[in-house]
Write a protein that binds this ligand. Structure first.
Ligand code: SF4
Length: 351
């Protein structure tokens, strides 16, 4: 059961109050390099990213943001730190949402100016609390970026924004520590009705970052916590989108796309299915179809799993048995397994 939160609209996308959990990512090109940033935005969009954040670190970037915004149709979020003037200009540049960290954006009066302008433009703000940039006095009092410090910073900044009349808020409360992130979001979700943006900050390179993010977000999503998520990986942000989709699919929050069920192989496996399973997943990464494909190594678990999937292959010694919707279609020669699976998915219409 998902926790009920207030709904916030970011461009054409709703988050919160039962809307599907949305996938976000962030470009890692220099924003002032408009062509490179556009290329990455389009790649992210093609991969299924629904909200895209762009860093706005300087004047050149804010000008580029306006140019980029005019050429894309995905909601674009401006990420601004340290400089309140840039946040104001990002609103003029057409940002669909502003992400700020109130702990570093400036004085109260400057925060008030950003909040009031965002309200007048009807643009939401994400309060992005991060363990690496908490208020100094909170760090001193709590002895570091503890769960209490993270939650107090978030609650304090929510109240501040509310005082300025801003109630179109999304909140994140990120740490690079899995357990701390889980505890912080659990505590915050009890204290606020604003939609929560899930994320593990500085999660690491692709493999370890994927595992840590999946554990943290899986635990939270299982409890109904989280309205949008960003997987932060050191690498191509397109990978973040793929991982986010897999997390949502595993949690039953997304069905679109291909799900590959494949065995780990063992000494019984006579046909090398490892490249077959990987190629099927890669080939259909961006498919709009919803189906499961089983790629199984032998007769122990193969027929059972292949029969349960929409399309399945259970390998024998030199050939495999092809299943579709639980029925045996035919035998397939070893060298034809991959092309057969690709053809079956290509022509899959659910019937
Ligand atoms: S299905 Fe067969 S090959 Fe695959 S892990 Fe199980 S026993 Fe091994």
């Amino acid at each position: 059961m998902r926790k009920t939160t207030r709904q916030v609209k970011i461009g054409s996308i709703n988050i919160g109050n039962g809307a599907p959990v949305t996938i976000q990512s962030m470009t890692n090109t220099r924003t002032s390099d408009i062509d490179a940033t556009l290329e990455q935005i389009w790649a992210l969009q093609q991969a299924g990213c629904e909200l895209i954040r762009v860093a706005v670190p300087d004047q050149q970037a804010v000008k580029a943001f306006a140019a980029i915004k005019s050429k894309v149709n995905v909601p674009l979020i401006a990420d601004v730190h340290f400089n309140p003037q840039l946040a104001l200009k990002a609103l003029d540049a057409g940002a669909d949402k502003i992400r700020i960290n109130p702990g570093n954006i400036g004085k109260r009066t400057e925060l008030e100016a950003i909040a009031k302008k965002a309200v007048s433009f009807g643009i939401p703000i994400r309060i992005g609390v991060n363990s690496g940039s908490l208020e100094k006095e909170l760090l001193k009092r709590e002895g570091g970026p503890t769960v209490n410090a993270l939650v107090e910073s978030a609650v304090r900044n929510i109240r501040l924004m509310e005082d300025f009349g801003c109630e179109q808020l999304v909140v994140s409360i990120k740490s690079s520590d899995v357990l701390k992130t889980i505890s912080a979001y659990e505590a915050l979700s009890k204290k606020t009705h604003y939609p929560l943006h899930l994320g593990l900050t500085e999660a690491g390179p692709i493999k370890s970052g994927t595992i840590k993010s999946s554990v943290a977000m899986g635990v939270l999503l299982y409890q109904g916590i989280g309205d949008t998520l960003r997987v932060s990986l050191t690498g191509d942000p397109v990978e973040e989108v793929f991982v986010a989709q897999q997390i949502l699919k595993a949690m039953g929050l997304k069905s679109k796309g291909i799900t590959v069920i494949s065995c780990p192989t063992c000494g019984r496996c006579a046909i090398d299915i490892v490249p077959i399973a990987q190629k099927v997943e890669d080939h259909f990464r961006y498919t709009e179809k919803t189906l499961t494909v089983a790629v199984m190594g032998c007769e122990v678990n193969g027929p059972g799993e292949a029969r349960e999937a929409d399309i399945g292959i259970a390998c024998g010694k030199t050939s495999a048995v092809l299943f579709k919707k639980g029925e045996v279609l035919r035998k397939v020669r070893q060298e034809d397994i991959l092309t057969t699976l690709i053809h079956q998915v290509d022509t899959w219409d659910g019937s």
